[in-house]
Each structure stands twice: as structure tokens, then as C-alpha cells.
Design a protein. Structure first.
Length: 68
């Protein structure tokens, strides 16, 4: 969802900051994020974009390969 927010003019760093998650986790594939952190990031991206159908749009972009 952060990528979607970025495409709509929102900074990933601001979304992570609002979610109280260390921004270094965004570009470090070896870092681990808790489910709560991930949830807070998605929530902040939703608030930033203000799109009521964001969940549906995110679902269209995801595949099972995205989940490890």
C-alpha cells in the first residue's frame, strides 16, 4: 500500500513515521516487521490516500507470491 500511496504523491517516510515504524525496514528485505507494524503502515497509507476502495485496489495488486 505504501507504493500505491507513493504513486499518489505521498512520501513513504511520512507514512512509516506516522505508523511509528523504523523507515529503514522499507528498503531492507532482510529486516522483519511485525504484523502490528504492517497493519499500522497499511492504516496510515489508507488515511493518507483517503480512498475508500484502497483494500480492493491493494488486493488487485497482490499475489500469493508476495506473502512468504
Amino acid at each position: 500500500m505504501v507504493g500505491y500511496a507513493q504513486r499518489h504523491g505521498h512520501e513513504a517516510r511520512q507514512i512509516f513515521s506516522a505508523a511509528h515504524v523504523d523507515f529503514s525496514k522499507y528498503h531492507a528485505p532482510e529486516s522483519r516487521m511485525t504484523l502490528r507494524e504492517s497493519d499500522r503502515i497499511a492504516e496510515q497509507a489508507f488515511f493518507a490516500i483517503g480512498c475508500e476502495s484502497l483494500g480492493l485496489r491493494a488486493g488487485q495488486l497482490m499475489s500469493l507470491e508476495n506473502w512468504g
